[in-house]
Ligand binder design. Structure first.
Ligand code: HEM
Length: 417
C-alpha cells in the first residue's frame, strides 16, 4: 500500500464493514446499522471482502464517484492498485471469472462487451417477455395453491428469475437446479478462504465445466438464445476471447437471478412489515411501479457495487483519495441517506421523486434493470392476489438478512397463506 494511502487511512474513522453488517443487531436492523456508518463520516476506511479501502457512505458522494471517469472498475488499469481479493489463489475460480466480465472492465473493453448483449435487455425486448414471465409465475403459484404455508424464496422468488434467465441463455432445464445449488456453495463467504477453497473445489470444477459445456453445446446446436448469439459474435467482427465468452455467460446467469431473488424476497418481506403499505397497494394496484422502486431503495438487493479504483488523485467529500486507492461505494447506505430522501427510514410506496441508486449509475448501470423490474411487477401482485391473507410464518425477530459479496437477502421467507 502506498505511503499516501497509509497516511490518508490513518486520518479516517475505521470499520470492518463486513463484520459490522454481520453482527446479529445489524442483521436484525440494517437501517440503523447503516445510519451508524453514515454518522461516522462521508468517507471511512472500510475493511470488506471486496477489498479494503475508502468507504463512501452518502448518496451525493456515491453518485459523484459513479459519474467520475477517474474512478475505474478494472484495478489492472490503475498502477499501484495492487492485487484484489478475487486474485487470491483461494478465491473460487468461478468468482474469478468475473475479472474478465464487463462489470470489472473499463472503456474500450467495457463498451465492446456491453454492446454485444445490450440489445437482448432493452425495455422493448424485455417487455416482449412479459407473457412468458406471467406464465412461469402462474405455474409456480399453481404448484403451491391449496397449501397452508409456502416458502417464498424456494417456491417463487428464486425459480422465477432463474427460469427466465436460463431460458434467455439456453441453459437446459435439468441443469438449472444443480447449477444454482453449486453456485450457492461458492458464493458463501466460508468458501472464500483457503479451507473453503479445498472443501468447495468439486463445485468450482463442476461450475467451470458447466459454463464451457454450455458454450460448446450452443456451438454445435445453435438455438434462439443469447449464448448462440455470443458464439456467432465470437466468429464475427466484435470478437470475444474464450475467457470473455465464458465470463459473460457466468455474469449474466449469476446477475440475472441472484439479485432479483432478493428484490422479490426483500420486497415482500418489507410489505409484510409495513401492513399499511401493503393495504395501500392492494387498494391501488396502479402503484405497483412506484412500489417496486421503493422496494429497491428501501431493501437494497445489492449493497455495494464492485470496487472503484482512483486512476489519479481525487477528492471526495473533502477527503483526498490517493492514486491507486480502492473505493467501496455503499449503495445501500446511499439509498437510506436522509439528506437525499426525506424520511429515508420509512417505506413509502408513493415516494416521488425516488432517484435511488439500487441499480448503480453511469456506464455500468445495471443492464438487467428492465428485466428485474418486469419480474417483480408480475410476481409480487400475483402473489398478493393469490394469497390475500399471507403473513410471515415466523416471528419477525427471527428473520435475518445475509450479505454475500454485497448481495443482500433472506435465505428463506416462510409464509402462512
Ligand atoms: C433487483 C435486481 C438487480 C439489482 C439490484 C442489480 C444491481 C446492479 C448494480 C448495482 C450494478 C452496477 C455494478 C457496478 O456499477 O459495478 C449492476 C450491473 C449489472 N447487472 Fe444488475 N441488478 C439486478 C438485476 C439484474 C438482472 C436481472 C440482470 C440480467 C442479466 C443483471 C445484469 C447486470 C449486468 C450484466 C451488469 C453489469 C453492467 C456493466 O458493467 O456495464 N442485473 N446490477
Amino acid at each position: 500500500m502506498s505511503t499516501k494511502i497509509e497516511s490518508a487511512k490513518m486520518a479516517l474513522p475505521r470499520l470492518d464493514v463486513q463484520r459490522e453488517l454481520e453482527r446479529p443487531e445489524a442483521r436484525a436492523d440494517p437501517i440503523a446499522a447503516y445510519a451508524r456508518i453514515r454518522a461516522m463520516g462521508p468517507v471511512i476506511w472500510s475493511k470488506s471482502m471486496l477489498g479494503d479501502g475508502f468507504g463512501i457512505t452518502r448518496y451525493r458522494d456515491v453518485m459523484s464517484v459513479l459519474r467520475d471517469p477517474r474512478a475505474l472498475s478494472d484495478r489492472r488499469n490503475v498502477p499501484g492498485a495492487g492485487k484484489g481479493p478475487l486474485e487470491h489463489w483461494w478465491m473460487p475460480s468461478t468468482l474469478k471469472l468475473l475479472l474478465n466480465s464487463m462489470v470489472m472492465k473499463d472503456p474500450p473493453d467495457h463498451r465492446r462487451l456491453r454492446n454485444l448483449v445490450q440489445k437482448a435487455f432493452t425495455p422493448s425486448m424485455v417487455s416482449a417477455l412479459s407473457t412468458r414471465v406471467e406464465a412461469i409465475t402462474k405455474e409456480l403459484l399453481d404448484r403451491v395453491s391449496g397449501k397452508a404455508s409456502i416458502e417464498l424464496i424456494e417456491d417463487l422468488a428464486l425459480p422465477l428469475p432463474l427460469t427466465v434467465i436460463s431460458e434467455m441463455l439456453g441453459v437446459p432445464a435439468d441443469e438449472r437446479v444443480t447449477f444454482r445449488r453449486r453456485l450457492a456453495k461458492v458464493l458463501n463467504p466460508s468458501a472464500q478462504t483457503p479451507v473453503g477453497f479445498v472443501v468447495n473445489y468439486p463445485h468450482m470444477i463442476w461450475l467451470n465445466r458447466f459454463f464451457r459445456r454450455l458454450v460448446a453445446l450452443r456451438r454445435e446446436q445453435p438455438g434462439d438464445d443469447i449464448v448462440t448469439a455470443l458464439v456467432s459474435a465470437e466468429e464475427g467482427a466484435d470478437r470475444l476471447t474464450e475467457d470473455e465468452l465464458v465470463s459473460m455467460v457466468f455474469l449474466l446467469l449469476f446477475a440475472g437471478h441472484e439479485t432479483t431473488v432478493n428484490l422479490i424476497g426483500n420486497g415482500v418481506h418489507a410489505l409484510l412489515q409495513h401492513p399499511e403499505q401493503l393495504a395501500l397497494l392492494r387498494e391501488k394496484p396502479e402503484l405497483i411501479d412506484s412500489a417496486i422502486e421503493e422496494m429497491l431503495r428501501f431493501t437494497n438487493p445489492v449493497g455495494t457495487v464492485s470496487p472503484r479504483f482512483a486512476r489519479e488523485e481525487m477528492e471526495v467529500a473533502g477527503v483526498t483519495i490517493p492514486r491507486g486507492a480502492t473505493m467501496t461505494l455503499m449503495l445501500a447506505s446511499a439509498n437510506l441517506d436522509e439528506e437525499q430522501f426525506p424520511n429515508a427510514h420509512t417505506m413509502d410506496i408513493t415516494r416521488d421523486p425516488n432517484r435511488h441508486v439500487a441499480f448503480g449509475f453511469g456506464a455500468h448501470f445495471c443492464l438487467g434493470a428492465p428485466l428485474a423490474r418486469l419480474e417483480a411487477r408480475v410476481a409480487i401482485p400475483a402473489l398478493i392476489q393469490r394469497f390475500p391473507r399471507m403473513r410471515l410464518a415466523v416471528p419477525a425477530s427471527q428473520m435475518r438478512l445475509r450479505a454475500n459479496l454485497g448481495l443482500r437477502g433472506f435465505d428463506t421467507v416462510p409464509l402462512a397463506v
